[in-house]
Structure formats: structure tokens, C-alpha cells
Design a protein around this ligand. Structure first.
Ligand SMILES: NC(=O)c1ccc[n+]([C@@H]2O[C@H](COP(=O)([O-])OP(=O)(O)OC[C@H]3O[C@@H](n4cnc5c(N)ncnc54)[C@H](O)[C@@H]3O)[C@@H](O)[C@H]2O)c1
Length: 444
């Protein structure tokens, strides 16, 4: 398999196309967005992924990767086609229209011995039923004339290039020949491959993300409880995690990103009348409630400290998680918009993105905090751990921090006279705590 077509050159498709091309494959990418096609052909990346820019330039210059507006090229002249189009979840259903339109394209050029791979996240059973039937409408038979597999994408934004080649992949064919064929293709870029069937592969992808969502929901629930019980949740979790078989995640202002916010729903709604599905749905609602809870905490802090309406508020971090610029479904969206609605002057600073959801985006942390009455840390960017608290205090109108990610050194902040609040950490503001900063649990 020397020639590969990729349909959908987004966060998943572009890094995949580049990685295969970097291993000497000839890759043709197709996207309905002609701007993306143009940029790829100029060797310019529109995705903020460490290492992607250099690799993309290199493979385009060497003639190994080409993008096109002509969908037929990705199917007719290729040995394998990888589909990486969106699969949003809306009103209790996965929207498969993007997959369907990609399959219509494939159907026009599907040929003998070709391998078709779905990397998009889809409900269990989709490859073996929906995708297989659509492709067999051509008269060709899967496992006899062509091969079909689901290879779920597991990359974390910001780590795509490393993870595509180093983290294990699940290879699920609709039959043994398809699994072998997909294994052959992916083994050219990754040595940690696990074979299974297509439906198990689809299920695996969804249960991984649901596992993470459930665990974060548990941490968030503990934060809500801790605020009622006047316990510091960060201290409690740190202590609980000293147990050799306990690893509680971190609470925070909410769960964002395009995957964790939809995959648990996709899992639950793939089975009708499922006993116990509330476990997953309640976890989702806890995580969806957190931005609202954060806003109510902010309001309380503003009232308690007599911060007048229209005052300046600095929001540090708008990305949905640390060290990336991805703002899809970020809790910052709700938080910033609510504060603006309430009449505050909101200034955002994020070292990875200029997105600001209607607030004033600044070029530096200094600009954001200058004259602010409150600084709210929403995203756990590494840079924010190194904030010079002395400088922060000098520049702010009032020394109030709401640290939603528990990044700030609490003892230092208190010594400098900061009024400090956090999620699940009401007590942080009252007692003299011996802790310096956050626990060792991880959500990443
Ligand atoms: N982003 C992630 O980190 C991630 C991780 C794992 C899995 N996934 C899954 O991968 C899939 C793709 O996600 P993404 O983040 O890359 O989405 P994306 O929105 O970044 O990219 C999708 C691309 O597909 C293009 N497209 C849409 N319809 C098309 C069509 N008919 N033909 C050609 N191109 C088309 C869009 O223009 C876009 O460039 C989704 O199912 C998602 O759930 C994403």
C-alpha cells in the first residue's frame, strides 16, 4: 500500500496525512474547505500541533503530500482511503451525514483490493452495518473485493505527532482480512497495534473517553461536596491519593474539547433502554454544570469583596485544557460570556490562542491583569504556574485570585496578602493551610 487518500484534513486528518507521507507514502488529501487545501499545498499548517509545521513543509516539498478539491483523486488512484470527517452528536443521535458524503465519494472510485478505514468516532456497529452496506451498494463485496476497518483516533490535541507514532492503536476490521490489511498499513507508522473487530474498536474508543469523563465528574462532585462541608477538596484528594489503589482526578471549571463532551452520549445512546445509563448521563451533567458553578463562585467573590459592576476582570486561559490553543467546548466560553452579560469588563490572555468570546484579548498577561479587580485562572497552562505573584499584586486594583485549576502557590499568595478562592476550596480562603500547591492527580 503505497498511495493513501485522506478525506477530511482537520485536527485528525492533517496530522495523519503528514505522518503517512513522512514514512514515504504518497498521500492525497481532500477537504471541502478549499482554504485548507490551498494552505496544505503551500506547506502551511492551520493546526497548532508541535512538530507538524516542519513535517508538513518537508512532505509537501518532497511531493509526498498533495491536497485537492477534487474528491475523485483520493479514491481512484489510491490503495487505501482514510476517512476523518466530523461526527457531531445532536439531539440524541450521531450525525453521520459527513461520513455518508465521504462514503458517496468512495463509492464512485472504490476498486479491487482497496482498504477503507474510518478513523472518525462512530457508534458501535456503524462500520459493520451502515458503512459496509453503503459501500456494498457498488456491487463489490467486503473481505472479497475490498477491505474495511475502523481504527479509532486517540490523539490528544497538542501531542498528535508524538502519539500517532508512539501510542497504541486499535485495529478493528469487519473481518480478518480487513484487520490484517489495516494492520499492514498502520504498522508503517506505529509498532504498538492491537487487533480486534470493528465493533469492539468503536466501543473501545467510546469507553476510554467516557471513563475519563466519569472520573473528572467524580472529582467535580467531590469539589461541590467539599464546598458544602467546608473541606478543602485539593487537600482531601491529595491525601486520598496516598492510598495505593486510589487515583482521583482533578476538579475544575468544567470539561471541554470536542471528544469528552460528546463521546459519553454516543456510547449511552448506542443501546436502547439501557439499565444504569444514568451513571454516564449524570456524570455528563455534573461536568456540564461546572462552568455555571464557577460563575456563581465568581459572583459571590465579587459581591463579598464589593467589586463594582463594570470593573475589569482578567481571565487567564480560554483553551479547554492546558498547553494547547483548542477552545472547542471550553468552559471559558460560558464563563466569559456570562461575565460580559453581567456588565464586567473582561480581558483575556491565553498564550496559545487569541480567541476571546467577545472579551478583549490581550497580548500579554501583564496587559490582562493591569488594573483588574479579580484574576481568574481558567486553564492549566504551564506558564500560569510561574506567575510572579508580587508583580501581579502590584498591577491589580485588588489582590483577588480565583484559581479554578489550583495552580498558584497558596502559601505564597497568602503571604503577599492575596484573597484566594478556588473550586472546592472555600476553606483555602479561611484557614492557614500547610499545602503549597496542587495535588498529583492527573486528568491528562
Ligand atoms: N480532534 C481530536 O482531538 C479528535 C480525537 C479523536 C477523535 N476525533 C474524531 O475524529 C473526527 C474528526 O475530528 P476533527 O477534530 O479532525 O474534526 P475537524 O472539524 O477538525 O476536521 C474535520 C475536517 O473534515 C472536513 N470535512 C467535512 N466534511 C467533509 C467531506 N464530506 N469531505 C471532505 N472533508 C470534509 C472539514 O472541512 C474539516 O476540515 C471526529 O469524528 C472526531 O470525533 C477527534
Amino acid at each position: 500500500m503505497n498511495t493513501i487518500g485522506v478525506i477530511g484534513l482537520g485536527c485528525v486528518g492533517l496530522p495523519a496525512a503528514v505522518i503517512f507521507a513522512s514514512r514515504g507514502k504518497r498521500v492525497v488529501g481532500f477537504d471541502i474547505d478549499s482554504q485548507k487545501v490551498e494552505m496544505v499545498n503551500k506547506g502551511i499548517s492551520y493546526i497548532n500541533e508541535p512538530g507538524l509545521d516542519g513535517l508538513l513543509k518537508d512532505v509537501v516539498n518532497r511531493g509526498l503530500l498533495e491536497a485537492t478539491n477534487d474528491g475523485s483523486c483520493v479514491v481512484e488512484n489510491t490503495d487505501a482511503v482514510i476517512i476523518t470527517v466530523p461526527t457531531p452528536f445532536k439531539e440524541g443521535k450521531t450525525d453521520l451525514t459527513y461520513i455518508e458524503s465521504a462514503l458517496n465519494l468512495v463509492k464512485c472510485g472504490l476498486h479491487d483490493k482497496q482498504l477503507i478505514v474510518i478513523e472518525s468516532t462512530i457508534p458501535p456497529g456503524t462500520t459493520k452495518t451502515f458503512v459496509k452496506y453503503k459501500l456494498e451498494e457498488t456491487g463489490l463485496r467486503v473481505e472479497e473485493d475490498f477491505y474495511l476497518a475502523h481504527v479509532p483516533e486517540r490523539i490528544a490535541p497538542g501531542k498528535a505527532i508524538y502519539e500517532l507514532t508512539n501510542e497504541p492503536r486499535i485495529i478493528g476490521g469487519v473481518g480478518p482480512k480487513s484487520t490484517e490489511r489495516a494492520y499492514e498499513l498502520y504498522s508503517t507508522v506505529n509498532k504498538k497495534l492491537y487487533k480486534t473487530d470493528a465493533t469492539t474498536a468503536e466501543f473501545v474508543k467510546l469507553i476510554e473517553n467516557t471513563f475519563r469523563d466519569l472520573n473528572i465528574a467524580y472529582a467535580n462532585l467531590l469539589a461541590l461536596m467539599a464546598d458544602c462541608l467546608d473541606v478543602d477538596v485539593w487537600e482531601a484528594i491529595e491525601l486520598a491519593n496516598t492510598h495505593p489503589r486510589v487515583n482521583i482526578h482533578k476538579p475544575g471549571p468544567g470539561v471541554g474539547g470536542s471528544c469528552l463532551t460528546k463521546d459519553p452520549y454516543m456510547l449511552v445512546y448506542s443501546v436502547n433502554d439501557l439499565f444504569g445509563k444514568e451513571l454516564i448521563l449524570i456524570s455528563r451533567s455534573i461536568n456540564e454544570f461546572m462552568p455555571q458553578y464557577t460563575v456563581s463562585l465568581i459572583e459571590k467573590v465579587l459581591q463579598e469583596n464589593n467589586v463594582p459592576r463594570k470593573s475589569k476582570i482578567a481571565v487567564l486561559g480560554v483553551a479547554y485544557k492546558g498547553n494547547i490553543g483548542d477552545t472547542r467546548e471550553s468552559p471559558a466560553i460560558f464563563i466569559v460570556k456570562e461575565l460580559l452579560k453581567k456588565g464586567y469588563e473582561v480581558f483575556t490572555y491565553d498564550p496559545y490562542t487569541r480567541e476571546s468570546f467577545g472579551a478583549i484579548s490581550t497580548n500579554s498577561m501583564e496587559e490582562a491583569i493591569m488594573g483588574a479587580y479579580v484574576t481568574i485562572i481558567v486553564t492549566d497552562h504551564e506558564q500560569f504556574k510561574e506567575i510572579d505573584l508580587g508583580k501581579l499584586k502590584d498591577k491589580m486594583a485588588k489582590p483577588i485570585i480565583i484559581d479554578c485549576r489550583h495552580l498558584i502557590d497558596l502559601r505564597k499568595a497568602k503571604k503577599l496578602g492575596f484573597i484566594y478562592y478556588g473550586i472546592g476550596c472555600k476553606r483555602c480562603n479561611k484557614n492557614d493551610n500547610t499545602r503549597s500547591s496542587g495535588n498529583k492527580a492527573g486528568n491528562n
